[in-house]
Design a protein around this ligand. Sequence first.
Ligand SMILES: C[S@@+](CC[C@H](N)C(=O)[O-])C[C@H]1O[C@@H](n2cnc3c(N)ncnc32)[C@H](O)[C@@H]1O
Length: 156
Amino acid sequence: MKLAILAVGHKPPVWVAQGCAEYVKRMPRELPLSIVEVKPEPRGSKSREQLLAAEKVRLLMALQGYQRMVILDERGADLPTLQLADRLACWMRSGGATAFVIGGADGIDEALKQQADEAIRLSSLTLPHALARLILCEQLYRAISIVRNHPYHRES
Ligand SMILES: C[S@@+](CC[C@H](N)C(=O)[O-])C[C@H]1O[C@@H](n2cnc3c(N)ncnc32)[C@H](O)[C@@H]1O
């Protein structure tokens, strides 16, 4: 099964890119993780709805070929790490590529959110999208480590 993070945004800071690259590299061969950057709509005189609608079109293009869409949203469901690992194992059994969508500075279009299979949050805090990307990479690596009984994750 393949995983991808579809992130609305330009190149993140170097420390985010390096951190993400490290976790992408650590992912096992049977669960490759890629990061796809989706161009943000240029900010200007457009309304938030117009910006998000334009970004939605680009996200829908990028989502082609993925069978499962998981939206990252601070208002999404709480998914503790062990539950994320359970969910990941379940997705791996069902098969199909999974895309995680991270919005840009203004978030994600409401209609696109309604189309998602799941909406999860990493915290109840609003995170900058680059940081959300890095945390998600680490949590996906942690989750697959749990699934494979790798000692990266330690229970207290
Ligand atoms: C700066 S935030 C956008 C905040 C925007 N005001 C909103 O209403 O969603 C950019 C993106 O980062 C992700 N994000 C930010 N905080 C998050 C959190 N606590 N959990 C999951 N994703 C988060 C979401 O995908 C969000 O669309």
